[in-house]
Write a protein that binds this ligand. Sequence first.
Ligand SMILES: [Zn+2]
Length: 385
Amino acid sequence: MKKLLTVLVVLLSVLLIAYVPPVLRTWLTSTFGELRLGFWPHFHMGVDFSTWEGNPKIGIKILAVDDGYVDRIVIDPDDLYGCNIVLSHKNGYKTLYAHLSGFSRSLRTSAGADISTILQDFVNRYAVSKDVWKEKLKQMREEGKKEYGEAFEAFTNEDSLYPLCFKDGWAEKPRRIVIKFPKGEVKVMQGQVIAYSGDSGNVQGPHCHFEVRSQDEKFSYDPFSIYPDMLKWIEQPLREDIVLLKIAINGVVYDYSPDKVYEFSGDYPKIAVLAFSKYVIRGDSYRLGLRSLSMRFENSSSPMYEIFFDRIPMDEVKKAFSVYDEKLSSLRGGYNAWYDLYPKGDVSVVKQSDIPRFPNDSTVVITLGDYFGNEKDFKLKLRRK
Ligand SMILES: [Zn+2]
């Protein structure tokens, strides 16, 4: 009996800490901190999970990764994030699920009202032109509040509110609605279906973009540092490797070779690397952004330059070119993001920036780390011209 209890306790604790990813049967197609050039150059503030059923799919179930409640629902196919939902959790973090096609009927207010029906009702009732919108807004808020209670009281940013949409239904632009729910009003359980995958917003195809933010939403975190168990649940790649494909010294591009001696002039070489984590799954090859990059002299153990994508302040989202090389990076025809390994302005993912004047001859070691916990060293021989 005692043994059975122990087994039960162990089983329960495993179940309690095993955070599921937001999609079942999924793998990673993008990582935290990657370079994005759509809209404006910015850091990728979350990770992307495939939504796959033979093809990238609309309508795949999106699950809550943790217990909590709905903070807000945003309906806006033209926004970077498209239609999205934000949950708030006991551990002090919020999670965001983006590019959705719809929301689950299982989301209910404390009085039992079905959120998706309420949203559809709002679509039907308030699908008006932009000109009429502002006049309707006041009426809408009053009616909504009367009918559905406090759940509809706190609309944000009046000026940005336009009629509700689901990708195909509405011709008027721009269209945006933000519904903020009172704390605890719409509860969710870990693993509960909260929404359905889609391709709303700035996307190449259907997938689920997932973020972990601080409660005040001033920071976005590497989701796997907050919910490491998710990594165990996603489909593991057949092959993976950390690749350093090319190197640039003071803007001149070379193939990388550990045997070659690279020449530089000035106090130190301005080194940029075209590097990524390569990952093969179901016959397709993906290039994912790295989690860490550091550079040290071969005879030293402490890095002179170090980038670590642990968290990014929201007000640094557009500072991607403080880390990535603006001239060399191009995301056309694959993920070709170049990391600059020299200081270009303050950004908090750069943890160490203390590059001394280089000796005439030196060997540096560049250590690259991926999101699966692997690290790989690359040696670089340098000589002053
Ligand atoms: Zn994304």
